[in-house]
Design a protein around this ligand. Structure first.
Ligand code: 5GP
Ligand code: MN
Length: 315
């Protein structure tokens, strides 16, 4: 029997969840596990809780299994968390996580210390979906699950472009393609299409970006005023940081997203040398060597100064 069935076997009420502002990897993993457990244990009470799922991933959940509000009567025996580097990143779901008798965490963030009772953490895996594939038998994977897992892997590897893409990643993706999924169409829909608003916001952010440290660092700010002007949501900012990162000569890209008065969600990406996870962890966040984030208060000037000090120390 595979690892996942072993864990789920004893539980009756199961909650599947992941980090706040769920991304493609997190959503893909939750949906794949839900389909899987639901297929093998139709009598178990299994629920998926995630904060609002971006529209472009909704095709993975045609039956609308994902619930975005926690009901007071939920009393899970087992909470399964995916792609969440810490308990704090679970957001509202942390209460369910703490109240459950059993918990399992499947994740690939190097900053993850193993906060659940059972942990499958592999910082060398491209994505949570890649780890998950290894915990279930290939023969049990149907095309719906394959679509979700493939999407998760594609998301976290920047469609197989980032250095976290390994031979194993490609082999797993190949196995998933064999399940007969419309991967080309899904990839276009999820990663390359932009709404008009998204294109405008991207253009505006690039126009107002600034180079620092002799062009080794680029930073940009997305203010609440900009968001209001374009009628944009946080989801419309996806991909902007990646565009900043591929600016020639840049080693580190920083994107500040204004979330409140003098409060910013900071996203960082690096190309070769800088370990942005170290910097993010220092400021109370986390992530991966080349992609990390955290929250910080203060003026844009203060935030950027604080971060560049740490980048300079590493270069
Ligand atoms: P993004 O910049 O796309 O929001 O996040 C990049 C990576 O850093 C993701 O893997 C994400 O999990 C991690 N990350 C972003 N913000 C935070 C944070 O506030 N805390 C922690 N622990 N990780 C974060
Ligand atoms: Mn991930």
């Amino acid at each position: 029997m595979d690892e996942l069935k072993n864990i789920a076997e004893k539980a009756k009420d199961i909650i599947i969840t992941g980090h706040m502002r769920p991304d493609g990897d997190c959503i893909g993993a939750c949906i794949a596990v839900y389909s899987y457990l639901h297929k093998f244990y139709p009598d178990k009470n299994i629920k998926v809780y995630l904060e609002n799922v971006p529209e472009r991933f909704s095709f993975l959940d045609p039956d609308r299994q994902i619930i975005s509000n926690i009901l007071p009567e939920w009393q899970p025996d087992l909470v399964m968390v995916f792609d969440s580097s810490s308990a704090a990143m679970l957001g509202e779901a942390v209460k369910l996580f703490r109240s459950a008798k059993d918990s399992v965490c499947i994740d690939h963030h190097i900053s993850n210390k193993g906060y659940a009772k059972i942990n499958f953490i592999d910082g060398t895996a491209s994505s949570t979906c890649e780890i998950l594939y290894g915990l279930i038998s290939d023969t049990d994977i149907d095309s719906k699950m394959a679509e979700a897992l493939y999407m998760g892997i594609a998301f976290d590897t920047g469609v197989f472009r980032y250095s976290n893409t390994s031979r194993k990643t490609m082999e797993i993706a190949g196995k998933l393609i064999e399940k007969g999924i419309p991967f080309w169409d899904n990839i276009d829909k999820c990663f390359y299409q932009r709404t008009y608003i998204q294109a405008q916001l991207l253009g505006r952010t690039l126009l107002t970006s600034m180079l620092l440290m002799d062009g080794k660092c680029i930073f940009a700010v997305i203010t609440r005023r900009m968001m209001e002007f374009y009628g944009a949501s946080i989801e419309d900012t996806v991909g902007i940081i990646d565009q900043l990162r591929v600016t020639k000569g840049v080693e580190v890209a920083i994107l500040l997203h204004e979330t409140g008065k003098q409060e910013y969600k900071v996203s960082m990406r690096s190309n070769k040398y800088v370990d942005v996870n170290k910097i993010a962890t220092y400021f109370g966040g986390g992530g991966h060597k080349k992609a990390a984030g955290f929250m910080m208060g203060g003026s844009v000037h203060d935030v950027v100064n604080n971060i560049t000090e740490h980048i300079e120390a590493q270069l």
